[in-house]
Design a protein around this ligand. Structure first.
Ligand code: ADP
Ligand code: MG
Length: 267
């Protein structure tokens, strides 16, 4: 991975509140902590990844919106965070207008891909991983992310309709693969907010594993109040409370992901 282009992972699920942003922030922090230079791209107008990484609105000078509109280069939008090895392309609420404005461009699905490709051409080894945090929809923003990415990571909350939501997402990935990005893979499914006292959680997890096999990460992220407290301090959970079960799970997930990536590239 050293010196080569980064591995670009989209964190997507059309449902809100399933742990996309939490996964982008904490997986990003865990990867950075083991020396993998990582970039989080905030592609959600809510800007939760930016806030959770401690970047206040006033400091978001150049954003993912400017990049999509062609008003700034990708490189110009990259800023450091207070976490060593972890950078951010921030977003603001401006991005909520992007859906409509993008329709005016002929290559509307490839805006992010093209901006990103220009950056990688100039600095191929700058990052090992790029994690794109998506809004809770399968809109043009998510499609732009999927068109630019190598693989999709799906955070899935173990609740009643989880599998239905998952099949809708998988159909979108199929469509993107057929029309925009034939190389797009499903990198993995992360079970989030797992509650071991809840029998439904267990049952849904077993169902997801039955349908998706080893696409589902062995590491499960438990429901843990420390994880939900961290963003209001502008800190990843890993920095807010390294020892809590949620942080430990994200560290394990990063290890499993790196191993999976190595096996993948060896194949
Ligand atoms: P999404 O980006 O998919 O909308 P978030 O990552 O923002 O979801 O998570 C939704 C809410 O749940 C947030 O308040 C977040 O802090 C909280 N949360 C996420 N993961 C966990 C967890 N493992 N344990 C407890 N709370 C969590
Ligand atoms: Mg989010």
């Amino acid at each position: 991975m050293n010196g080569g282009p980064p591995r670009v992972l989209v964190i997507a699920n059309q449902k809100g509140g399933v742990g996309k942003t939490t996964t982008a922030i904490n997986l990003g922090t865990a990867l950075a902590a083991v020396g993998q230079s990582t970039l989080v791209v905030d592609l959600d107008p809510q800007g939760n990844a930016s806030t959770g990484l401690g970047v206040e609105r006033a400091h978001r000078k150049v954003t993912s919106y400017d990049v999509l509109m062609g008003d700034a280069s990708f490189a110009q939008a990259i800023m450091p965070t207070r976490i060593p090895n972890l950078s951010l392309v921030p977003s603001t609420v401006d991005l909520s207008g992007a859906e409509l404005e993008l329709i005016g461009f002929t290559e509307r699905n490839y805006r992010l891909k093209e901006a990103f490709a220009a950056f990688v051409a100039g600095a191929p080894g700058r990052f090992a991983y790029v994690l794109i945090d998506c809004p809770p929809s399968l809109s043009l923003l998510t499609v732009n992310a999927m068109a630019a990415a190598d693989a999709v990571v799906v955070p899935l909350q173990c609740e009643f309709f989880a599998l239905e939501g998952l099949s809708q997402l998988l159909r979108t990935v199929e469509r993107v693969r057929a029309n925009l990005n034939p190389a797009l893979e499903i990198q993995g499914i992360v079970l989030t907010m797992f509650d071991k006292r809840n029998r439904l959680s267990d049952q849904v997890a077993a169902d997801v594993r039955k349908h998706m096999g080893d696409k589902v990460f062995k590491t499960v992220i438990p429901r843990n109040v420390r994880i939900s407290e961290a963003p209001s301090h502008g800190l990843p959970a890993l920095v807010y409370d390294l020892r809590c079960p949620g942080s430990q799970a994200y560290i394990k997930l990063a290890g499993e992901m790196i191993q999976r990536e190595r096996l993948g590239s060896a194949a």
